[in-house]
Design a protein around this ligand. Structure first.
Ligand SMILES: Nc1ncnc2c1ncn2[C@@H]1O[C@H](COP(=O)(O)OP(=O)(O)OP(=O)(O)O)[C@@H](O)[C@H]1O
Length: 304
């Protein structure tokens, strides 16, 4: 009967321990709404992945990621890496308790626990595209459900690890602090339709709309169109970035003349410089270049 029960994977550390603080309220809401569920707390980084595999083995098919973008990223990777259960049988809901909570913003899933739980109860799903990243420096494949990128944004994610206690504003603070010490990188970018060599600040490959705590760096996003939305930004001085700060959050930045955008289903981004950080869904993945392939309509997510 586990097939009909929700299996909640709870990261107590997400959102500077919001996960731990809100758990009693979440459990009480599931009970009040009479939604059958079981749960497990993560006890270490990336534990979500193992809990998904164990959950599938025990017969669960309906999962809830209780945490932030990182928790969701690892739950998605658990589901995507395994081959024993067809993903059409699976449903994945989210209760956002993280710092940035960027993926939920695309679908307007509220942070209000009662409302987020009611969305799960309604079980309305969208088949969303998933990105598959193959790293060029090492034999490693990672899946992502929101936005991946390399260059400056990887550098910011790496720097932000130490500032997350500052909450959602930490991303903007890390961005400003990082600009002072970051130099642009030369990338060779090859997609189905484009080939270019360019010195740039960052290159972002997006499925959904928001990253970096609410910044909109991808244009005309459709999360189920079988295409990545790519944005390549040339170097921005600190002054220019601050002048365009509003545009970072309302999406106008993608129209800036120093930003190039296009759509593609396959892209390879490489660099000969070392220590170029790669991030996927706000998690640090590695360094160097990657090939990103879109997997159209790959995973059913519960959305409003
Ligand atoms: N028990 C744990 N102890 C330490 N780290 C954990 C634990 N459980 C999960 N993690 C890791 O914590 C990291 C951050 O989690 P998450 O991204 O959900 O929170 P956040 O960083 O506050 O939110 P956001 O990514 O939305 O800004 C993830 O990499 C996750 O694997």
């Amino acid at each position: 009967m586990r097939k009909n029960k929700w299996f909640l994977i709870v990261n107590p550390t997400s959102g500077s321990f919001t996960g731990k603080r809100k758990w009693t309220q979440i459990a009480a809401t599931f009970e009040a709404e009479e939604i059958p569920y079981d749960f497990e707390f993560t006890t270490k980084p990336q534990h979500e992945y193992e809990l998904v595999l164990q959950g599938l083995k025990k017969g669960y098919r309906k999962f809830v990621s209780v945490g932030g973008d990182g928790t969701l990223h690892h739950v998605v990777n658990g589901l995507m890496q395994q081959k024993s259960v067809s993903l059409t049988e699976v449903k994945l809901g989210v209760i956002p308790l993280g710092t940035g909570n960027d993926w939920v913003k695309t679908y307007k899933i509220p942070k209000n626990i009662k409302k987020a739980v009611q969305i799960i109860k309604a079980e309305h799903t969208i088949l969303q595209d998933i990105g598959q990243l193959s790293l060029l420096n090492v034999d490693k494949t990672v899946f992502f459900n929101n936005v991946a990128g390399l260059g400056f944004d990887g550098y910011v994610v790496q720097r932000n690890e130490r500032l997350k206690f500052l909450g959602a504003a930490s991303f903007l603070i890390s961005t400003v602090l990082s600009l002072a010490s970051y130099t642009s990188t030369e990338f060779v970018i090859e997609s189905t339709e484009h080939k270019l060599t360019t010195k740039s600040l960052l290159t972002i490959v997006g499925i959904c709309k928001y990253s970096g705590g609410g910044m909109q760096l991808t244009k005309d996003v459709d999360s189920a169109d079988g295409l990545f939305d790519v944005s390549i930004a040339k170097h921005f001085s600190l002054w220019k970035l601050l002048k365009n700060a509003v545009g970072l959050f309302n999406g106008a930045i993608v129209h800036h003349k120093q930003v190039t955008t296009f759509k593609t289903n396959l892209i390879t981004i490489n660099t000969s410089q070392d220590k170029v950080f790669i991030q996927a869904d706000g998690e640090l993945i590695g360094t160097g270049g990657f090939t990103a392939t879109i997997l159209p309509k790959a995973l059913p997510f519960v959305i409003p």
